[in-house]
Design a binder for this molecule. Sequence first.
Ligand SMILES: *[C@@H]1O[C@H](CO)[C@@H](O)[C@H](O)[C@H]1NC(C)=O
Length: 140
Amino acid sequence: MKNFFFIFLTLYVSSTTFACIIWTPGFIVKIQNLIPNSIIQVHCKSKDDDIGDKWLTYNEEFHFKFCENELSGTLFFCHWYWDSKEQVFDVFNNTMQFICNIEYGDNNPCNWAAKNDGLYFYDFTKKVWGKQYEWKPRSI
Ligand SMILES: *[C@@H]1O[C@H](CO)[C@@H](O)[C@H](O)[C@H]1NC(C)=O
């Protein structure tokens, strides 16, 4: 009986939709490739989580979600590789938390994209992509 209850609880917990506790907003970091005819490689990590290597063709994306409050200090950084170019920067940190938190509850968007001329962040209030970083020549 104990086992049955445990299995039930496990199924219940893993099937509930993503939700954060009330005073903690949730964030969705989305990574997109907007470079026509390209394949880029992106590796995102935090201190505790390694999202692993992802390869994206044109218009492909992946995302990851987490709950965050201003005290947790979650920091995710991604290393981007495209042909002979690369870049590495924070996609989520204490600064981005306030920029991405636009009252979307558990779904605050932090959208980043690779374009030909650099790495862009989507400003949801202005509805525009803004270039944040240039590509650098790949060092290895
Ligand atoms: C947080 O990330 C943003 C975007 O990459 C960057 O502009 C900013 O300098 C970072 N903040 C800190 C404190 O490192």
